[in-house]
Design a protein around this ligand. Structure first.
Ligand code: 3PG
Ligand code: MG
Length: 374
């Protein structure tokens, strides 16, 4: 049984909330997706301590609780300013990890105070899922909320171990992810069409295998298309050599699935497919127009360049034109692309997850969601 924040009585939510979010994106879209949760908690609990991570910091030194020798772009200081701006409420950034001192600051603060701790991955305990680190975090608050779906596929201390120490809830955004992605998995109407691109074919293996017999078609572009052509003997730069042998074996099996659709024409440059061609975009569009469920992960070309963006633009237009279909998209690059051209609002759901969405859709158990079950 998972306790959901939305349906929890406000009486159980008094005191200080420890809110795990995921700010690990280039712009503030993941932040915007959780503003409702922050506002909800401001009403019920009064004080909020936000915890998050950014990047994969290495060799950070901690002296007296103060991190040093880290890449400045990995600090969350700027996120405190961004969040203050979005909420219209000051968010106090805490640049150190002296938990005793932090607790005193929280206790002395008035209601409606919001704090943001520094990047948790500056401490080794976070990625090691350390119980003692989780206990220190838990000591800062009265209850915990996970609204960081995007990192819930990681067994990290602030995602998994933490729930052993204080009452824990699934946040509003996490609940939405579970509902919409769960719907796409269990109740998807046919035709069910996947659009699969992005950097690496291997990242998409789990989803394709899980939906092998359920999907009507997998429309492939980007890295996955390159790898599939590489498997078929095309001389494609990097596609095969970079792939783990076990993954390659599985990709070869997948390349023979009858519902795999490879581009018929493409934009070829420097021994690589950099976009799907117009004929393919049209054919993919026909499949999309007839679909009842559409799931998109990964752009079909190098969308940062205009000449390689056309395929993804055409496919996005086809998806938003199909008003009957249940449509879901996720993954950092895909979402940024959809937002940039205003397609996102017309999707049924935009997932905040990249790897987390793919693991979820592959039927895997996510450590962050499992940890909330009791
Ligand atoms: C993400 O952006 O995918 C999440 O924040 C997880 O980050 P990670 O892949 O570095 O664990
Ligand atoms: Mg990632």
């Amino acid at each position: 049984m998972i306790r959901f924040l939305r349906t929890t009585s406000p009486k159980s939510l008094r005191g200080t909330a420890l809110l795990r979010l995921d700010f690990n994106t280039e712009d503030d879209w993941r932040m915007k997706a959780v503003l409702t949760t922050i506002k909800f908690l401001l009403k019920t609990s009064g004080k909020i301590v936000i915890i998050s991570h950014r990047g994969r910091p290495e060799n950070v030194k901690i002296k007296n609780g103060v991190p040093s020798s880290y890449e400045k772009s990995l600090s969350l200081k700027k996120d405190a300013a961004d969040l203050s701006r979005l909420l219209g409420i000051k968010v106090v950034f805490i640049p150190h990890f002296r938990f005793g001192e932090i607790k005193k600051i929280f206790d002395a603060a008035p209601r409606r105070s919001i704090f943001l701790l520094e990047n948790l991955r500056f401490l080794k305990g976070e990625e090691r899922n350390s119980p003692s680190f989780a206990r220190s975090l838990a000591g800062l608050a009265d209850f915990y909320v996970n609204d960081a779906f995007a990192v819930s596929h990681r067994a990290n201390a602030s995602i998994a171990a933490i729930t052993k120490f204080i009452p824990s809830y699934a946040g509003l955004e996490l609940e939405k992810e579970m509902t919409f992605l769960g719907h796409a998995m269990r109740k998807s109407k046919h035709p069910l069409v996947f659009v699969i691109g992005g950097a690496k074919a291997a990242d998409k293996l789990g989803v394709i295998r899980y939906f092998k017999n359920k999907a009507d078609s997998f429309l492939l572009g980007g890295g996955p298309a390159n790898t599939m052509f590489g498997i078929r003997g095309f001389d494609i730069k990097k596609s095969i050599a970079d792939t783990d042998p076990e993954d390659l074996k599985n990709l070869k099996i997948i390349s023979r699935y009858p519902n795999i659709a490879l581009p018929e024409d493409y934009v070829w440059h420097d021994n690589m497919i950099l976009d799907i061609g117009p004929k393919t975009a049209k054919e993919f569009g026909v499949k999309i127009a007839a679909a009842k469920t559409i799931i998109w992960s990964g752009p079909l070309g190098m969308t940062d360049q205009k000449k390689y963006r056309r395929g993804s633009m055409r496919v996005a237009s086809a998806i938003v034109k199909n008003r009957k279909a249940f449509s879901v998209a996720g993954g950092g690059e895909t979402v940024l692309f959809l937002k940039k051209y205003g397609f996102d609002e017309k999707f049924s759901f935009i997932s905040t997850g990249g790897g987390a969405m793919l693991d979820f859709l592959a039927g895997e158990k996510l450590p962050g969601i499992e940890a909330l079950k009791r």
